[in-house]
Design a protein around this ligand. Structure first.
Ligand code: LMR
Length: 394
C-alpha cells in the first residue's frame, strides 16, 4: 500500500525553515516563517500567557474532554474579541479548532458539506495553505487580482473586476488584516465596497484573521471585517491565537459561522461539531483555556494587550527603519510601501533570482515570492538587509 504514495510537494514556507536551520553561517537572517521574534531573535512566551498557565496548573482539577465544539467560554471570549459589536450571538455558531489552519480546514469542510459545487476565490497571491487545503478537499478555486506590484498596494480595481464574476453561493476568502504575504490591506471604504458586491452577488465571505493586533491595533485591525459582517447575511470567520497570543504550538483557533437567521443556528452548529468529531474529535484545550483566562481577567488582559502593542509598535518601527535605510541608498521613495504595509509581512517585489542571490551571498532567507517577515529583523540587521536588497538589484 505505502509504495503507492508519491512525494508531496513541500510547503515553500516550511521548506525554507529547514534550509535556514541547515545554513552554518552565523550571520544568517531568518525572514521566513511567520513567527514573531524580539530584537534578540527569540520568540518569548508572553507574560500573561505564563501567568495564566501558572494559575491553570494550580487550579485545573480535571483533564476530561470538553465538548466537540470546545469550551463555550472560549468561543464567547474569542468571538467577542474578533467580532466586537458585529457579533450577533443568535446567529453565531463556533467550534474551537487546532490553530487557524484547523479553522480554515474545518471551514472549507463545511463549505463542501453545504454546497459541494461552490467555488473558492482566493487573492492572488495568498497564503499557500489556502489553495493547498482547497485542492486536497476538491473545492474548486479561482483567483482574484489583489496586489499591484507597481505600487506595492492593493489593485482594488482589478479585485473588484474579478469579484464581479463570482457566482451565487461562491465563497470569497479575505484576509481580515495584515495580508499574508503582501502586507497590503483594504481600507475601511474598500471593505464596505467589497461587502456590498458580495451581498449583491449572493457570495459568502470567508475571513481569515490570523494577525489581529499586529497591524493598526486590536480594534482597528478588525474594523473592516466587522463592517463587512454587518452588510452580508452569511459569513465564515477563521481566527487564530497563534500570533497575537504567541502560542503557536498550542494550536488554538476558532471557526465562526454567521448564519443568515437564528433558525439556521442549530443545524449549522451541529454540522460544525460533527466535522470536528470526524476530523479530530475534541479540539485541543490548553491554549484555548489560557486565552479564555486572559480575556476574562481584567489584569491579565491589560498586560497581554500592552505586550501585544509593544510587539506591534516594534514591527512598525522596523518597517520605518527599513524604508528609510532603502531611501538613503536608492535616493527615492521606491520602497516607501514597506512603511505603509501592516503586519508581519511585506512582499518586497524581488524576482526569484534576486531572492536566491540574497540567500546565497548574504544568508538572508525570505520566501521565494520575496515575502519578508519584518519581525525577523532588528536594528543591526536592517542596514544589512538594505545593502543586500540594493546589491541584488531589486
Ligand atoms: C506563515 O505564513 O509563515 C505562517 O502562517 C506560518 C505557517 O504555518 O505557514
Amino acid at each position: 500500500m505505502l509504495n503507492a504514495l508519491t512525494p508531496q510537494a513541500p510547503d515553500k514556507i516550511l521548506a525554507l525553515m529547514a534550509a535556514y536551520r541547515e545554513d552554518p553561517r552565523d550571520s544568517k537572517i531568518d525572514l521566513g516563517v511567520g513567527v514573531y521574534k524580539d530584537a534578540g531573535g527569540n520568540t518569548p512566551v508572553m507574560r500573561a500567557v505564563k501567568a495564566a498557565e501558572r494559575q491553570l496548573v494550580d487550579t485545573q482539577s480535571t483533564k476530561v474532554y470538553t465538548g466537540l465544539a470546545g469550551d463555550p467560554a472560549f468561543a464567547e471570549a474569542l468571538s467577542t474579541l474578533v467580532l466586537g459589536p458585529a457579533r450577533a450571538a443568535d446567529r453565531l455558531a463556533c467550534v474551537a479548532t487546532p490553530g487557524g489552519t484547523g479553522a480554515i480546514r474545518q471551514g472549507l469542510e463545511l463549505v463542501r458539506m453545504a454546497s459541494p459545487t461552490a467555488r473558492l476565490w482566493l487573492s492572488d497571491p495568498t497564503w499557500p495553505n489556502h489553495p493547498a487545503i482547497a485542492k486536497y478537499l476538491g473545492v474548486p478555486v479561482s483567483d482574484y487580482r489583489y496586489f499591484d506590484a507597481g505600487t506595492g498596494g492593493v489593485d482594488f480595481d482589478g479585485m473588484m473586476a474579478d469579484l464581479a464574476g463570482v457566482a451565487v453561493g461562491d465563497v470569497v476568502m479575505l484576509h481580515g488584516c495584515c495580508h499574508n504575504p503582501t502586507g497590503a490591506n483594504l481600507t475601511l471604504d474598500q471593505w464596505t465596497t467589497v461587502a456590498d458586491l458580495l451581498a449583491a452577488r449572493g457570495a459568502v465571505p470567508f475571513v481569515d484573521i490570523a494577525y489581529q493586533g499586529f497591524g493598526d491595533g486590536l480594534e482597528a485591525d478588525a474594523a473592516g471585517m466587522r463592517a463587512l459582517l454587518t452588510r452580508v447575511p452569511e459569513a465564515l470567520v477563521a481566527a487564530s491565537c497563534s500570533k497575537n497570543f504567541g502560542i503557536y504550538r498550542e494550536r488554538t483557533g476558532l471557526l465562526m459561522a454567521i448564519a443568515a437567521s437564528p433558525a439556521q443556528l442549530k443545524v449549522t452548529q451541529g454540522a460544525m461539531s460533527a466535522l470536528n468529531r470526524l476530523n479530530f474529535s475534541f479540539p485541543p484545550d490548553h491554549g484555548a483555556r489560557v486565552v479564555t483566562m486572559i480575556l476574562t481577567d481584567a489584569e491579565l488582559r491589560a498586560d497581554w494587550a500592552g505586550e501585544l502593542e509593544e510587539v506591534r509598535r516594534g514591527m512598525l518601527s522596523l518597517r520605518e527603519s527599513l524604508a528609510t535605510a532603502l531611501r538613503d541608498r536608492v535616493g527615492s521613495d521606491r520602497f516607501g510601501f514597506l512603511a505603509a504595509h501592516r503586519g508581519m509581512f511585506s512582499l518586497l517585489g524581488a524576482t526569484p533570482e534576486q531572492v536566491e542571490a540574497m540567500r546565497r551571498d548574504h544568508g538572508i532567507y525570505m520566501v521565494g515570492d520575496s515575502r519578508m517577515n519584518i519581525a525577523g529583523l532588528n536594528a543591526a540587521t536592517v542596514p544589512l538587509l538594505a545593502d543586500a536588497i540594493v546589491a541584488a538589484g531589486v
